[in-house]
Design a protein around this ligand. Structure first.
Ligand SMILES: NC(=O)c1ccc[n+]([C@@H]2O[C@H](COP(=O)([O-])OP(=O)(O)OC[C@H]3O[C@@H](n4cnc5c(N)ncnc54)[C@H](O)[C@@H]3O)[C@@H](O)[C@H]2O)c1
Ligand SMILES: CC(C)[C@H](C(=O)O)[C@@H](O)C(=O)O
Ligand SMILES: [Mg+2]
Length: 404
């Protein structure tokens, strides 16, 4: 009953994923079967989730399908429940059927989870728990969050034009460790009868090494600058983090490594964001700094992300949440999710041409002046979530063949 209730648009899986290479995080290679002649076929798990999640996912799905079809790529979509939607359906935030489907697919595209309705649930019955279980279950330890100020959106930034213009940085966030998962944790009553809440920031050397390698490789393919952000002046876990990252630097002589305390990094991001190329940091600092970086680009509604493991499907999601304040009002900016679909093609499937089609279509829609409310500025055309999606779709259609 649960499986039937959770699934829509189900098609059977027809192939397996071989996975990402550890060293280079090259796109995973997929063995294809049962596609039309000359076509490649991939299975995608869609997790719309809550709030604006379903609104932005239905748009991103259409864009993905269209860009793929122009490049000889077919998709089978399987929609599954997660977060509050899953709690309402079957009483848990990550049903067994959902994690199984995600593991069997070639890539996972998620909208967002969470909402007021479930805010007072016990912690194991919160939508957020489902997302954390999904990330842990897929072992997606490397979360890439690019923040790029597009020339079309410089005026949407809250920073001055000369500060925001040309910003192009990548936050590499460790995603399956640190204080989010560390034990012991909990709320207990101490000897004075007072309640005490506690969590543990913990990193093993191998967890630091593998995320640092991803970051060095990422920096190497970008502008060759890596800034490791920690709190090594206070936290033991950060002292080890800095030691391990420093030790790896000799393997990447072409990458210039620097270190920065997180409080300074938060300040430098708004003072002079152009100083950053690639930032590597732990789970919680990456969560906070990426939201901060998103505003430099104009809106949190613009930032996509890719979460990758050593092998198996990647998870692709906008960095924003379910935005309950605007859910159901056709106000959400779908571009972060559309650009997450482009990251899915590029990092998850190695379909760079189809990815480029989506990126170009987003730029084309912006060039035509279309803006959702969060990125609106005088002289541009205010549209809703659906219309922005339709404009991106039209731009995908009207493109000449993409060159990568
Ligand atoms: N990955 C996720 O699914 C994820 C991420 C962050 C927060 N959450 C959850 O989402 C819920 C709301 O959290 P929050 O309010 O702190 O963060 P949020 O990101 O949902 O919203 C913060 C602000 O940004 C706006 N916003 C977010 N996305 C937007 C978009 N695409 N277009 C236009 N405006 C957008 C919202 O309207 C709101 O004013 C909570 O339950 C939280 O736990 C989920
Ligand atoms: C919803 C929450 C668990 C999540 C996080 O903290 O990782 C979110 O803020 C994010 O950035 O994806
Ligand atoms: Mg966050």
């Amino acid at each position: 009953m649960a499986a039937a209730a959770l699934q829509t648009n189900i098609r059977p899986a027809t192939f397996r994923v071989r996975g990402l290479t550890k060293q280079s995080l090259a796109p995973c290679r997929v063995r294809c079967a049962a596609a039309s002649p000359g076509k490649k076929r991939y299975n995608i798990t869609l997790l719309p989730g809550d709030g604006i999640g379903p609104e932005v996912i239905s748009i991103a799905k259409n864009v993905l399908q269209q860009a793929g079809s122009l490049e000889g790529v077919e998709f089978s979509f399987r929609e599954m429940a997660i977060g509050g939607a899953a709690l309402d359906l079957v009483g848990v935030p990550l049903p067994e059927e959902t994690i199984s489907a995600a593991k069997e697919s070639d890539a996972v595209l998620l909208g967002a989870i969470g909402g007021y309705k479930w805010d007072n649930n016990e912690k194991h019955l919160r939508p957020e728990k489902g997302l954390l279980q999904l990330r842990a279950g897929l072992k997606v330890f490397a979360n890439l969050r690019p923040a790029t100020v597009l020339p079309q959106l410089v005026d949407a930034s809250t920073l001055k034009r000369e500060v925001a213009e040309g910003v192009d940085l990548m936050v590499v966030r460790e995603l399956t460790g640190g204080i989010y998962f560390g034990e012991p944790r909990g709320i207990k009553t101490n000897e004075n009868g007072e309640e005490v809440g506690f969590n543990t920031e913990v990193y093993a050397a191998h967890e630091i090494d593998r995320i640092a390698r991803v970051a060095f490789e990422t920096a190497r393919k970008r502008r060759g600058k890596l800034c490791s952000v920690d709190k090594a002046n206070v936290l033991d876990a950060s002292i080890l983090w800095r030691k391990r990252v420093t030790a790896l630097a000799s393997e990447y002589p072409d990458v210039e490594l620097s270190h920065m305390y997180v409080d300074n990094a938060a300040m430098q991001l708004v003072r002079d964001p152009k100083q950053f190329d690639t930032i590597v940091t732990n789970n919680i600092f990456g969560d906070i700094l990426s939201d901060e970086a998103s505003m430099i680009t104009g809106s949190i509604g613009m930032l996509p992300s890719a979460s990758l493991s050593d092998s198996g499907p990647g998870l692709f999601e906008p960095i924003h949440g379910s935005a309950p304040d605007i859910a159901g009002q056709d106000k959400a900016n779908p571009l972060a999710t559309i650009l997450s679909a482009a990251m899915l093609l590029k990092y998850g499937l190695g379909e760079e041409k189809a990815a480029k089609r989506i990126e170009d279509a987003v730029l084309a829609a912006l060039n035509k002046g279309f803006r959702t409310g969060d990125i609106y500025s005088a002289g541009t055309k205010l549209v809703g979530c659906k219309e922005m999606g339709e404009e991106v779709l039209k731009s995908v259609d009207s493109q000449v063949p993409a060159s990568v």
